[in-house]
Design a protein around this ligand. Structure first.
Ligand code: S3P
Length: 442
């Protein structure tokens, strides 16, 4: 398991792109596999999580060819799959396991989904409950209703389901099952979660109907195969956005990044913290995308809570790092879901912030962070969680003395090449310093 050594770094001055969006890459594979013909996906994230989804569909008899790192050609089979010969290994990927359950619940065969140690601890009852109401037969072999999951697929009926959690994975699993169900399936969420499934179904000419916090699909529809370009992942961009926003003198431009309003809460939080951030949406077909520009400044504390939480759920570790770099006490609450991500991200963030000399008050559903402390280099664990590793790599660039991040192989689940990019930004060769264009004239 490689460790990273990181030193204090100068202000960032760069123009860059980030790898493809993880949530969208998963869905691009799934929807192309469900559709009625051949499609090309470009900008695909070659991270381990999305490769787990790709392999799962290959096991289910879908021809998938990678013509280069980020281009995938898929031959959809109209929702007809063949029984997998062995277990489907979802690796570390909750999205793979939960969304696949929705699809497999309707297939006329048995499948068994497994995951790594972290995924095997994550809650699956949240998808087993609604899918069971639809008529699925799913057995959780793990403790407390977790993976491995055995699915005996069969006919499903549409339901009206009110989800107790704001989770795009739950919503998507139920809607995907709904495509195969008799009648209409409706999911109502307590707060709007990311809407990639709804947008991408519409792109494939299956139009979900939205009514406030509810969304419905009619069963028996076939998706139309269409090429798809995956934009850059704003959750990956968030690490650099915070690094630049919190460092006076920085100037960063990130191009071709996804700007779906259900995912850009991180920009709104940074603006509340005093950051100089602008965004321009350049493409708005299906998934909006464009350019984000940040200029560094001294940040100030904020409150992150309530309906905003699902929008920034994956960015909370790096926003906690922003809070440590800001003046004042930042409050994060209503984020209980962080306890059941790839690791318990509340405990992991609190422990690692303290190692750098930051005062943190851990709460059941969040934390309070006293910003502005003098940071000392530290050795911290990733806890096998990609976003913890990357968030603390960024904090390390602000600390006096060397830091070490342990067990960083997990970063390949969402951001292959992160460490190389960190090096490039921290110590650019003179020939690599770009002339940065600007969204707004100075
Ligand atoms: C995802 C939804 C979120 C997010 C995860 C990806 C998705 O999980 O944390 O990284 O692709 O639907 P929940 O929907 O369970 O909150």
């Amino acid at each position: 398991m490689p460790d990273w050594k990181i030193e204090k770094a100068p202000a960032i001055h760069a123009e860059m792109t980030v790898p493809g969006d993880k949530s969208i890459s998963h869905r691009a594979i799934m929807f192309a596999a469900l559709a009625n013909g051949r499609a090309e996906i470009t900008g695909f994230l070659p991270g381990e999580d999305c490769l787990s989804t790709m392999k799962a569909f290959q096991q289910l008899g879908i021809p998938i060819e990678r013509t280069d790192e980020t281009t995938v050609i898929i031959e959809g089979k109209r929702g007809h799959f063949t029984a997998p010969s062995g277990d489907i290994d979802c690796g570390n990927s909750g999205t793979t396991m939960r969304l696949m359950c929705g699809i497999l619940a309707a297939q006329p065969f048995r499948s068994r989904l497994t995951g790594d140690a972290s995924l095997s601890k994550r809650p699956m009852k949240r998808i087993i409950d609604p899918l069971t109401q639809m008529g699925a037969k799913i057995t959780a072999e793990g403790a407390k209703g977790s993976a491995p999951l055995v699915i005996e697929g069969g006919p499903l009926k549409g339901i009206e389901y009110t989800s107790p959690v704001a989770s795009a994975q739950v919503k998507s699993a139920v809607l995907l099952a709904g495509l195969f169900a008799k009648g209409t399936t409706t999911v109502t969420e307590p707060v709007l979660s990311r809407d990639h499934t709804e947008r991408m179904l519409a792109w494939h000419l299956v139009r979900p109907r939205r009514n406030g916090l509810s969304v419905s699909v009619s069963g028996g529809q076939t998706l139309e195969s269409r090429d798809f370009a995956v934009p850059g992942d704003i959750s990956s961009a968030a690490f650099w956005l915070v690094a630049a926003a919190a460092h006076p003198g920085s100037h960063l431009l990130i191009k071709d990044v996804g700007l779906n309003p259900a995912r850009t809460g991180v920009l709104a939080v940074l603006i509340r913290m005093g950051a100089h951030v602008s965004e321009i949406v350049e493409h708005s077909e299906c998934e909006p995308s464009g350019t984000v520009e940040v200029r560094g400044t001294k940040l100030r504390a904020t409150v992150i809570a309530g309906a905003e939480i699902p929008n920034v759920i994956d960015e909370l570790p790096i926003l906690a790092v922003a809070a440590a770099l800001a003046d004042g006490r930042t409050i994060i609450r209503d984020a209980h879901e962080l306890r059941v991500k790839e690791t318990d991200r509340i405990a992991a963030v609190a422990k690692n912030l303290r190692a750098f000399g930051v005062l943190v008050d851990e709460k059941e559903d969040g934390m309070e962070i006293e910003g502005g402390a003098k940071l000392r280099g530290a050795t911290v664990e990733s806890f096998g969680d990609h976003r913890i590793a990357m968030a603390f790599a960024i904090l390390a660039t602000f600390a006096e003395g060397a830091s070490h991040i342990r067990d960083t192989a997990c970063v390949d689940t969402s951001y292959p090449g992160f460490y190389e990019m960190l090096h490039k930004l921290a110590k650019p060769e003179p020939s690599e310093i770009p002339v940065i264009s600007s969204l707004r004239p100075e």
